[in-house]
Design a protein around this ligand. Structure first.
Ligand code: AMP
Length: 507
């Protein structure tokens, strides 16, 4: 059998009348429909010369047709390149110039911008809107529904996903058919996915979580997807009565917890709540269990590696831990300076090796070489530790580590202490340039509604709990923490905002 991800996910889907995707309107597509639509689109792609060694960029709103385009690209043997819909024209131009897609599919509202970019960088432009309409679908309309999926090998590219690039230029992570097949099949097994499952899909589909985890796993198991254009707490709660799985970023769970309708009854039909893409607070895990009786299953992964670790389906799901490495995935903790392996419970760099790990950064051989060890381990950039039972704990991104007066401070430790103070809803701790200390530990804190806790109270509460060098020099109250679409706190924005807090003396 070929390694083409489409074949592995949807082999024999051609005649399967079970429902694959249900739109917000209630209209449904069967697996056979999905196969037919993707067959037509693949036929169109092939007719314009898209095949192996070609890339199809998609900067489109969430729609079932966008999923069909993803599948069609795989079937044509080409590489799928989803782009975040929030990118500006200048950012998009960078990606198009870098990746040189043969076809760019965009929202009709952006067609003029994209045509101008394509005129300079090359590539043909077609449109697809949020309702699944546009020149792409028109062009594919009369084509045959069957298409012979192009065989692909394990190491052939299936997708390029650009990392969010908060430090320097975004990098295009090259993911192979082998990477995506292995991760999808592992998760089907680990999370006990079956045909009886119904997934609530409210994530964006330009990111690994919503596309490769949510869609690949669900399609591979031949389960049903309830496709929602965006996160809407009440809509999700209403869907739970006929669903079994929710995959979300931690913010989903925080927001759902605010709804009075969340309780054991509303969630009774659900069997699995998965969280990832950003840290799930142990408090959120506990509050969810208290209200619903369900334990959220937290997992850890990244664009370059797919999923790395997961809490178990059966067995202890430990709040604050991302669980154990997945089968066939090796995780080790190393000294960030020397690369030497560290022991149990020691905090260091998380490194990973396995069939899930990408093949390198597009057009960046030096960056690729710098982020792999000689023995094939990928240096994730995340800091963490493994405990005696091989549970992994993440303490933050390496670049968020604060070095103050020569001491290392891990923001997560400080955030956990601050979050435990009454009146605090959440916090983010960053290092900001400081004249005396190099970096000053600085906390951004969101109060719970109605709370009046102030800077003094927070500093007093921490003084008995943290060593002096770990205590924030300043506490700044904010209405909300800046987050990206995947719920990650954008610490770079906080560092910029607080940049002059301890102005450095020059000269
Ligand atoms: P992305 O490539 O956008 O998926 O971002 C990957 C990064 O998100 C990882 O390197 C981690 O820093 C973070 N991340 C993902 N899942 C978790 C998790 N469960 N807990 C903490 N951080 C996470």
């Amino acid at each position: 059998m070929t390694w083409n991800l489409y074949d592995r996910l949807l082999a024999s889907a051609g005649s399967d009348q079970s429902i694959s995707i249900e739109r917000e309107s209630g209209a449904t597509l069967t697996y056979a429909d999905l196969s037919a639509i993707s067959g037509r689109l693949a036929g169109f792609l092939a007719s314009i010369g898209v095949g192996p060694d070609h890339r199809v960029a998609a900067k489109v709103e969430k729609s079932v047709e966008a999923i069909a385009l993803y599948l069609a690209t795989l079937r044509a043997g080409a590489t799928y390149l989803p782009l975040n819909t929030a990118y500006t024209a200048a950012e998009t131009e960078y990606f198009v110039r870098d990746a040189q897609p043969t076809l760019i599919v965009c929202d009709p509202r952006e067609a003029a911008d994209l045509r101008a970019i394509a005129a300079k960088a090359g590539g043909r432009v077609e449109t697809l809107d949020q309702y699944g309409k546009g020149s792409l679908v028109d062009a594919a309309a009369g084509r045959p529904t069957n298409f012979d999926t192009v065989p692909r090998n394990k190491d052939d590219l299936a997708a390029i996903l650009y990392t969010s690039g908060t430090t320097g230029r975004s990098k295009g992570a090259m993911l192979t058919h082998g990477n995506l097949v292995s991760n999808a099949l592992t998760l089907v097994e680990q999370w006990r996915y079956s045909r009886n499952d119904v997934l609530i899909h409210a994530l964006p589909i330009y990111h690994i979580h919503g596309l490769f985890v949510a869609c690949n796993v669900t399609l591979a198991a031949r389960s049903r997807i309830l496709f929602m254009p965006k996160f809407d707490a009440e809509q999700i709660l209403a869907a739970m009565a006929r669903s079994t799985v929710l995959m979300g970023v931690p913010t989903f769970y925080v927001r759902l917890l605010q709804s009075p309708s969340l309780n054991a009854r509303t969630t009774a039909h659900m069997r699995l709540f998965v969280a990832g893409s950003a840290p799930l607070l142990a408090d959120t895990h506990r509050a969810w269990k208290e209200k619903t009786g369900h334990e959220i299953l937290e997992r850890y992964g990244m664009t370059e590696t797919g999923m790395i670790a997961s809490n178990p389906y059966e067995g202890a799901r430990i709040p604050g831990s991302v669980g154990r490495p997945l089968p066939a995935v090796e995780v080790r903790i190393t000294d960030p300076e020397t690369g030497n392996k560290l022991s149990t419970d020691e905090v260091g760099m998380i490194e990973v090796k396995g069939p899930n790990v990408f093949s390198g950064y597009w057009n960046m051989p030096e960056k690729t070489a710098a982020e792999f060890r000689a023995d094939g381990f990928f240096i994730t950039g995340d800091l963490g530790k493994l405990d005696r039972s091989s549970y992994l704990y993440i303490v933050g991104r390496g670049k968020d580590l604060i070095i103050t007066g020569g001491f290392n401070v891990y923001p997560k430790e400080i955030e956990a202490e601050i979050d435990a103070i009454p009146g605090v809803s959440e916090s983010a701790v960053v290092g900001v340039p400081h004249a005396d200390f190099g970096e000053g530990v600085t906390a951004a804190v969101v109060r719970t509604p109605g709370a009046t806790v102030d800077e003094r109270a927070i500093l007093d509460a921490l003084s008995g709990r943290l060593a002096k060098f770990k205590q924030p020099k300043r506490v700044i109250f904010v209405d909300t923490l800046p987050r990206n679409a995947m719920g990650k706190v954008q610490k770079n924005l906080l560092r910029e905002r607080f940049g002059n807090l301890y102005s450095i003396k020059v000269g």
